[in-house]
Design a protein around this ligand. Structure first.
Ligand SMILES: [Zn+2]
Length: 222
């Protein structure tokens, strides 16, 4: 299973879990055309799209998929707990944002499990030995200019690096194969120190989500 990042952050979020025969789209914040290109126009393999919340950078292009007949799951509207898309089994869990927002626990026979959480102040839950974690590390308190007018907006509904590190420490296990930090703020985050800080709390590779990132999500270490 390959994780492909097409966008991460307030300009648009979209991740593809591409299993070769079938793919799941996580977040519809990048145009359908970009997704088609990334999949070599093989859109028949898209098993579904999951959207975490109504903000445009996550949901803006959902209608394009629906017009193409591809199912879009918005559990923050429907309230249902789980869904099967092809062989992807997806559970939603509640996050803490300024609008109803959910994270996803996604299991697939070729990937193991992936916990995805973005746009949240913190994560209430602890997971049983996830194989991969894709989690927001939005800002570092040290990097925020106290005089900045958008300070409150930055802090509300997003996860600080320290909160992310606490979450990673609580969910670390020998089974954890990859951590991907996502939704880094343009002004209040610094990719290299963020990666180094995360590497200190987990014993697996740590990646930073940016357009073009591709990570092989294996179930086993070999
Ligand atoms: Zn949001």
């Amino acid at each position: 299973m390959k994780l492909i990042c097409l966008g991460s952050g307030s300009s648009g979020n979209c991740y593809i879990l591409d299993g070769g025969a079938e793919a799941l789209i996580v977040e519809a914040g990048v145009s359908f055309l970009e997704v088609k290109k990334a999949l070599d126009f093989n859109i028949r393999k898209i098993a579904g799209v999951v959207v975490s919340h109504s903000h445009r950078d996550h949901s803006g292009y959902a209608g394009e998929y629906e017009r193409a007949g591809i199912p879009v799951w918005r559990p923050y509207e429907t309230g249902d707990q789980r869904r099967m898309c092809g062989r992807f089994l997806i559970f939603q869990f509640e996050l803490v944002h300024d609008v109803p927002c959910c994270g996803f626990y996604i299991a697939h026979p070729e990937m193991g499990s992936l916990v995805y959480a973005s746009d949240t102040e913190y994560i209430k839950y602890r997971f049983h030995h996830p194989t991969h974690i894709l989690v927001e590390a939005n800002y570092s308190a040290d990097l925020i200019d106290p005089a900045a007018v958008n300070r409150d907006h930055v802090l509300t509904g997003h996860m600080s690096l320290q909160t992310t590190l606490d979450f990673l420490a609580a969910n670390n296990s020998p089974e954890l194969m990859n951590v991907v930090l996502c939704h880094l703020s343009q002004d209040n985050a610094d990719p290299d120190p963020f990666r180094e800080a995360a590497k200190k709390v987990v014993s697996c590779p740590v990646h930073i989500a940016e357009p073009g990132l591709m990570v092989e999500l294996r179930k086993e270490p070999f």
